[in-house]
Design a protein around this ligand. Structure first.
Ligand code: PXG
Length: 292
């Protein structure tokens, strides 16, 4: 079956899903996006993803050409057209076609793209054994220049850090904020377990406010685990009892080594395992249905 891509109100074949070389999304990274998961025929936290997309758009003064309800509907329809059961959905709104100057007023019509693909799951080994990380030398964007809370098409900051990870032969890397405190990873939020507490950098540490991060905080509260949102230095990661990352693609993945230092017992900890189980149960128990 042909993959069908939603492009400006129509479902078109993959090979026909093309944008202009004058689209400011391409020329300047001027646009916003979301990465969303479907589990068992249901889209996980779709409303929250669309709300974050709308906030990102608003922050860059981009008015989506569809309402909240229309964006929800278009996403579900794209999943249905592609027979998605378990999948990864990419929603993109670009500034649209303009001229070669920066001026966004030259782009009268934003473009909406929705891609519903089958998911490349992380190997189960990552969850059983845990990941090694590095601390990247590339600092996370300052909110004073480009707020990390905006999920914009300009991901060069994260890509530069990702290149460091690739060079170090690790999957992910920790990015420090301009302050030197831990912010997040290139495409995941970070948590540490210290004693009885689960600690994660707060939104004002300069992070993307992850949908998975929020769901995991809810899981922790349901498990009776105390959650603290506060800044911490990299040494707090080195000396933590446990560490894990959260993201739409990763779900909740244990971290066992950072910059060559063993974290905790060097294997996924009990709190991490409990939360992973609860999170997986949650993804299988809620969501916007794709089919009737
Ligand atoms: N921080 C950053 C910088 C992200 O890009 C997250 C945290 C986690 O947020 P959610 O809402 O997914 O829990 C993200 C999102 C990829 C990929 O291919 C990952 C993201 C975005 C784009 C691509 O791994 N992560």
């Amino acid at each position: 079956m042909d993959q069908l891509i939603y492009l400006d109100g129509e479902l078109v074949k993959r090979e026909d899903a093309k944008v202009s070389v004058f689209d400011h999304g391409l020329l300047y990274g001027d646009g916003v996006f979301e990465g969303i998961r479907a589990y068992h025929g249901r889209v996980f936290r779709l409303d929250e993803h669309i709300a974050r997309l709308e906030r990102s758009a608003r922050a860059i003064m981009l008015t989506p050409p569809l309402s909240h309800e229309e964006l929800v509907l278009a996403t579900v329809e794209t999943c249905r057209a592609n027979n998605i059961e378990d999948g990864y959905i990419r929603l993109v709104i670009t500034r649209g076609v303009g001229d070669l100057g920066l001026d966004p007023r030259k782009c009268p019509k934003p473009s909406v793209i929705i891609i519903a693909a089958s998911i490349q799951l992380y190997p189960e080994e990552f969850y059983e054994v845990g990941l090694p990380l590095i601390t990247c030398s590339t600092r996370r964007n300052s909110a004073a220049s480009l707020d990390p809370g905006i999920k914009s098409l300009n991901y060069l900051n994260n890509i530069l850090a990702k290149i460091e990870c690739i060079e170090a032969d690790v999957q992910e890397g920790i990015m420090l904020a301009q302050s030197g405190m831990v912010s997040e990873c290139t495409g995941d939020n970070i948590f540490i377990v210290a004693g009885e507490k689960l600690i994660t950098p707060p939104v004002d540490a300069g992070i993307l406010e992850g949908i998975t991060r929020k769901a995991v905080i809810e899981c922790a509260e349901a498990e009776g685990i105390m959650v603290v949102e506060r800044m911490f230095p990299i040494t707090a990661v080195y000396t933590a009892d446990e560490c894990f990352l959260t993201g739409t693609a990763a779900e909740l993945v244990p971290v066992v080594k950072v910059d060559g230092r063993i974290i905790g017992q060097g294997k996924p900890g009990d709190t991490t395992k409990r939360l992973l189980k609860r999170f997986r149960d949650l993804t299988r128990s809620e969501g916007t249905p794709i089919r009737e």
